[in-house]
Design a protein around this ligand. Structure first.
Ligand SMILES: [Zn+2]
Length: 117
């Protein structure tokens, strides 16, 4: 299981459970390594390139651990702690740049659908 080391007690509510849904959803995407990163989108045939704006392949782990444009000091463990820095990171990551990425993915999907008709 991906990142199973993050959960130390299955019987308690995980950190961040009380976050707004958009943050909780994004947090879970990172903890399960299933975010809409370029590598995932390429694997799902939604985009042609897996490259990030930093010109390296954009994977979930790279977004949080090492991308100079997005990394969070402390990485996934810090994010899972859901402290103020982690919530600020989730807020900024889900901001305008993220919305642009989502819009591009929707446009690609729409074009593909129209081509199939
Ligand atoms: Zn990058």
């Amino acid at each position: 299981m991906v990142n199973s080391n993050l959960v130390v007690d299955l019987t308690i509510q995980q950190p961040g459970f009380d976050l707004p849904r958009c943050h909780w959803s994004l947090l879970n995407r990172f903890c399960t390594a299933q975010d809409h990163c370029s590598a995932c989108q390429k694997r799902w045939r939604q985009v042609d390139s897996d490259l990030c704006a930093c010109e390296e392949p954009q994977t979930v782990s790279r977004i949080i651990d090492s991308c100079p444009l997005t990394k969070l000091a402390g990485g996934l463990s810090k994010l899972h702690s859901v402290d103020d820095d982690a919530v600020a990171w989730l807020t900024n990551y889900g901001g305008p740049q993220r919305m642009h990425t989502t819009t591009a993915a929707v446009t690609t999907t729409t074009t593909t659908t129209q081509g199939d008709l």
